[in-house]
Design a binder for this molecule. Structure first.
Ligand code: AMP
Ligand code: MG
Length: 323
């Protein structure tokens, strides 16, 4: 039996690409989080991704491409605005919802007439897709609803026996999923993510929000409860928690707290001592994995500022805390 986690050397990437061409499922690094990829044009391979994750089939997948030719195979039309967004933000952590091409199986898009497409920037992801010579449908490489993986070890701990290969290229640099938007007819954010909406608004003007607040969300996968550690989590200022209620809990702080503010917690983790949102985003899932392993009774997560990447961090914390 080959090693499950493999350093992403060119040879290993070539072997993984061959597995993908044969309908296999490969966990691979991207700049957002680790993805669980299959040939997006092979419905049987894609079905395995849903099965491995335990992901409901009403939740469509993001298709990853590396060039114009691949884009043309999955999207039937690219609007003027979408074209501008690609020029400005691709490759990178931005997913665009586009009209679906006929070659994309309905399973990938959960029957929607549109397809979510992203061009990743991570060199291993790009090399893998190029060598597989097919677009990859890839959700995050974690069991459905659990904390997303930002390291190969996180994938190994939860899915190792079920995937064909795990490519390891160290921690994901953003550590948060892509930002998902629809640009036509009106620019709308569907999911906050690693590209701050402020950067998109500087290019396109104000965006509407459709962040699963209505009854029929445009993006069916944005469930209220998601990204959740097994340990119950709530979003609260740790310093406001009575000292008597801290003993078996962890404080997950955004910046370095005053010692007295977190006194009595069994464990204190700080996402960014200097209060840098980018650093906090990159460490969020990793820290949640770490805290979850301690099997404490609760995680008290301090809210972060509601701007830039803070929006995406808060979104993940709120969903992680939903019951
Ligand atoms: P994940 O793969 O877990 O990062 O999630 C992908 C997200 O993209 C899910 O929340 C989906 O609901 C969303 N998504 C994928 N395809 C579409 C689509 N065609 N229209 C709207 N949202 C989509
Ligand atoms: Mg996910």
């Amino acid at each position: 039996m080959p090693e499950m986690v493999t350093e992403a050397t060119p040879e290993a990437v070539e072997r993984a690409a061959a597995l993908l061409r044969g309908g296999g499922v490969v966990a691979f690094p991207t700049e957002t989080v680790y993805g669980l990829g299959a040939d997006a044009l092979n419905a049987v391979a894609v079905a395995r991704v849903f099965e491995i994750k335990g992901r409901p089939t009403f939740d469509p997948l993001i298709v990853h491409v590396v060039d114009e030719a691949m884009l043309a195979r999955v999207a039937s039309r690219v609007s003027e605005r979408a074209r501008r967004a690609m020029e400005r933000f691709w490759p990178g952590p931005l997913t665009l919802i586009l009209p679906k091409g006929d070659a994309v199986p309905e399973l990938v898009t959960a029957g929607l007439p549109t397809v979510a497409v992203r061009m990743p920037a991570h060199p291993v992801a790009r090399d893998l897709i190029a060598r597989a010579a097919t677009p990859l449908a890839a959700p995050s490489a974690n069991p459905f609803g659990y904390v997303s993986p930002t390291r190969a070890e996180h994938v190994e701990q939860t899915l190792a026996q079920r995937v064909d290969c795990i490519l390891d290229a160290g921690p994901s640099s953003h550590g948060l999923e892509s930002t998902i938007v629809v640009l036509d007819p009106h620019p709308t954010v569907l999911r906050y993510g690693a590209l701050p909406v402020e950067e998109l608004e500087a290019e396109f003007g104000p965006f509407a929000r459709d962040l699963f607040e209505g009854p029929t969300p445009l993006s069916p996968g944005r469930l209220p409860r998601h990204y959740s550690p097994r340990t119950p989590l709530r979003v609260i200022e740790p310093r406001l928690v009575p000292p008597g209620a801290r003993a078996a809990s962890a404080a997950l702080c955004f910046t370095q707290p005053d010692g007295s503010a977190v006194e009595g917690y069994a464990c204190v983790r700080v996402l960014s001592e200097s209060g840098d949102l980018r650093e906090a985003a990159a460490r969020l899932f990793e820290t949640l994995h770490e805290l979850d392993a301690l099997e404490l009774t609760r995680i008290d997560a301090q809210p972060v500022p509601d701007r830039d990447l803070g929006r995406a961090i808060l979104d993940r914390l709120r969903r992680a805390s939903a019951r």
